[in-house]
Write a protein that binds this ligand. Sequence first.
Ligand code: 8YV
Length: 312
Amino acid sequence: MPVILRVDKVPQVLAEALAHEHTVYEYSKLSAKALSDIAGEIQVILASGESTVTASLINQLPELKLIAVFGVGYDGVDIHAAFERNVQVTNTPDILTDDVADLGIALMLNVSRKINGAQKFIERGNWLSGSYPPSTKVSGGRLGIVGFGRIGRAVASRAKGFAMSIACFDKNPVDSHEVAYYDNLLELAKNSDVLMVCASAGKESHKLINHDVLSALGAKGILINIARGSVVDEEALVEAITQGTIGGAGLDVFANEPHIPQALLDRDEVVVTPHIGSATQATRAAMAKLVMDNIAAFYASQALLTPVTSPD
Ligand code: 8YV
């Protein structure tokens, strides 16, 4: 049976389906000796969007031909090392775009309208003795989108429904009569009520949202991150939240998942979710199917369905 090395958690259905026709080894359960014993049999690595696949692991597997990522982001995969070895990489783009954008909007509404805080207000019995303080209006506000790829665009199309004025920052100029393009992130932050991070992770975007960007966003500004924790300087974010130099944050991703700075918890102005952007049943099933189809295409020597074609 073909041998797959699974380097991370994937949904049970995917793990079980693959196990029918393949021998699947779990990387975390293998000793160095056990890995080196089977290294020559492994043609496929199965990873998730959060996985790290280092050059050292890639180069330890002489027969490796495919890294199949269950997720759109493959920033944890050393793509240069893979491409140098002619190892193909696949991901799961498009099918999760709607869900991630939906969550971005949900976080924006939740933080602005302080829905979690309002719920806790009721649960603590505080409604019996007063009303919850007014929150921040979303409709008609200014939304700045950082990274105008598939997910950024899907966020923009949803935000139109809230009559927001929409602007974006991207490494490539965006030519649109509906979305204003900024080539300067600080200027975008200064001119946004909500700054939503949708950029893919990588060297260029590492800690892109830093102290200066957060200061430019200002004391009423709200930061939403549905991209990757690495795109935000988390220490600067904690400082901005605790000192009140930004108004609030909605965060689905963190620098060191599953660990979250304590200072971000238990605050009405911060809403956190555990990296659930693509985690609806329908989308996770579609992602699992796409991963299986890519692996099947590889073993059948057919064209891969969703190959990653360039390192960016
Ligand atoms: C998933 C993701 O959480 O697509 C991505 O890049 O981060 C998410 O969809 C992840 O891949 C599942 O572990």
